[in-house]
Ligand binder design. Sequence first.
Ligand SMILES: [Ca+2]
Ligand SMILES: [Ca+2]
Ligand SMILES: [Ca+2]
Length: 170
Amino acid sequence: MHCFQTRVLITHWGQWYLTPVLQVPEDPRSCTVSINLFFTAEHRCPLGWKSFNSKCYYISDKKKSWVDSQMDCRQRGADLVVIDSKEEQIFLSRFRGTWIGLTDRKHEGTWKWVDGTPLTTSYWAPGEPNDARKEEDCAEIHSEHDTLKNWNDGPCSAERNWICERGGFN
Ligand SMILES: [Ca+2]
Ligand SMILES: [Ca+2]
Ligand SMILES: [Ca+2]
């Protein structure tokens, strides 16, 4: 007789989902405990992350500098978001005032994504990037302009919310 049984679903994220199943023993002396393990590679985002087109996004509720934001993402097994499609840009546009994984810290005027890819398609707001006071090297989703024109370069030390992205599983 099982007096306590739990099912554990382990996803490819290494995340556990527990489904306890309680059973009342007729005779407590005969109790055993069983744990069933299920493994799945099904696409599923970690709790608290948003899912979009097989990718997972974490939108912070705190504010940090760009570098600290990136560190936070990396600690979550992710990195700052790389916006590589129009659909992704439109999806993320609602989260304003957020750091994205784009910087020209290494070479002024040469914008690169955190995965090392150069910037090809961009969604800068009108007049941006302007490198104001020659100290704006990190990109954010900023304004309420058109969803395809809302990036700004800001000072990397400024504290903003941020967006992490981690790959999905197909
Ligand atoms: Ca992306
Ligand atoms: Ca700059
Ligand atoms: Ca700017």
